[in-house]
Design a protein around this ligand. Structure first.
Ligand SMILES: *Cc1c(COP(=O)(O)O)cnc(C)c1O
Length: 428
């Protein structure tokens, strides 16, 4: 638990506001975020970047929009100076709707459509992170039709093992992401000869929930080696983007401190630059998602029924896999805390939702003292929580509240059932 969430008189608070009162006022299921936590997490990146800033080294922290894309969150991070890493045209439109600068956007993802590329060019985004040769051709073609230059980087697959869950590991050879390391040189040469392509960078993203930065530094070394090879070919890159992926504490994990990781990274790049390219300036970019939004939010849910089947106890709650998919998708572990502490003997419960799937569970075998109607907090749910929510079982998605300086703000209201089928029609 971070310092933003603490018990006062046996009631769980977020930045001094009672979560019980928020549950009563806004209903459940309810996502609750701390602006303070969000900003602190972002500044861990931004402050270290500032320390290393010089006329030869600059940097941009591009928040990964897919981890939590609420407009209020994008707006806050934009005001903090963040750029944005997007994976769809829809996310670009969110960034713009949140009042943020599209020229600080980088566009990742393996399947960009011609429409999405056109939209991104129209808004003059910072860079496309290209994931295949075919995509390079398409971007060149769209740019040509629009009479524009597209700034591009190649997402290179450095083939390092991030030692994380296979579903969130992306930098190994057998994975769909990026272009193989061995083919990078050929892609860059082809790109350099294209009329509407401006080759500006190189990037990678090797996985998520990394606790150790050694695989990231290994990936960096591989990228630096490619940058050297490219410069021998007369291709000079302006930036290196090392992706996101730093993990957070869900249970008792001890992820590397962001300032330590960035310090090691900047030091390595600065030594390399002085030794090999003393006259050149270089930009460093980052794409963190989870490490900024993950521990800035939680999900409140109310116990509906307690139930025992043979010797198993279930707490059936009003949140489900459609609200928080991580447990069913990755068997992810989230801490579960009662919002009001009760005295008594704890019982082991599986916390499950009302959705008609056996995979609909939020937590298993948790020792809790609870009764029906109690409110539970599913912790560390700020990243890949609401962003992955669906309307399965015609369930309206949870509302979202952001706490700032002693006030709570509704940043997304609950959906009504009518809204869930408003776009549908019966045959005439
Ligand atoms: C998801 C993603 C990120 C963010 O990853 P985190 O583990 O949340 O930091 C960054 N870059 C790319 C390309 C991604 O797909």
């Amino acid at each position: 638990m971070t310092q933003h969430f603490s018990y006062q008189d046996d009631t769980l608070n977020i930045d001094g506001i009672s979560l019980k009162e928020l549950a009563i006022e806004y209903g459940t299921p309810l996502y609750v975020y701390s602006k303070k936590a969000l900003v602190e997490n972002f500044r861990q990146y931004a402050d270290t970047c500032k320390r290393f800033e010089s006329d030869k080294i600059h940097s941009l922290v591009c928040y990964s929009v897919k981890s939590n894309s609420n407009l209020a969150i994008l707006n806050i991070l934009g005001q903090e100076g963040a750029g944005f890493d997007i994976v769809s045209g829809g996310e670009l439109q969110r960034v713009i709707a949140a009042g943020c600068d599209p020229r600080k956007v980088i566009f990742s993802g393996v399947g960009k459509t011609a429409n999405e590329i056109g939209l991104a060019l129209k808004h003059d985004i910072h860079c496309f992170n290209i994931e295949s040769f075919a995509e390079l051709h398409r971007i060149n073609q769209v740019a040509q039709e629009m009479g524009k230059q597209a700034r591009v980087s190649f997402r290179v697959n450095p083939n390092v093992d991030p030692k994380t869950h296979p579903y969130i590991s992306t930098g190994l050879k057998e994975n769909k992401f990026g272009i193989p390391y061995e083919e990078a040189l050929a892609c860059y040469k082809a790109a350099a000869s294209m009329t509407n392509i401006d080759v500006t960078g190189i990037d990678c993203h090797i996985g998520s929930q990394l606790l150790d930065d050694a695989p990231l530094l290994e990936a960096l070394d591989k990228l630096l080696h490619l940058v050297d090879q490219l410069s021998e070919e007369g291709i000079t890159l302006k930036h290196i983007d090392i992706g996101g992926g730093i993990g957070i504490t869900y249970d008792d994990e001890k992820p590397v401190a962001i300032s330590d990781y960035l310090t090691r990274l900047f030091t390595r790049v600065e030594n390399w630059r002085k030794q090999k390219h003393p006259d050149q300036s270089i930009g460093l970019m980052f794409e963190p998602g989870r490490s900024i939004s993950g521990n800035a939010g939680l999900l409140l849910t109310q116990v509906q029924y307690l139930k025992t089947n043979s010797d198993k106890n279930f707490a059936i709650v009003d949140a489900a896999m459609n609200d928080l998919m991580r447990p069913s998708l990755y068997e992810a572990w989230h801490k579960v805390l009662p919002v009001s502490n009760r005295k008594g003997e704890a019982t082991s419960y599986d916390i499950v939702g009302p959705v008609c799937e056996s995979g609909d569970w939020l937590a298993k075998q948790r020792e809790l003292v609870i009764q029906a109607d109690d409110i539970l907090a599913i912790m560390s749910a700020g990243a890949y929580g609401m962003a992955m929510a669906s309307n399965y079982n015609t369930r309206g998605r949870a509302a979202e509240v952001l706490v700032d300086n002693g006030n709570a703000y509704l940043i997304r209201r609950r959906e009504t059932p009518e809204e869930l089928f408003a776009l549908e029609s019966v045959l005439p």
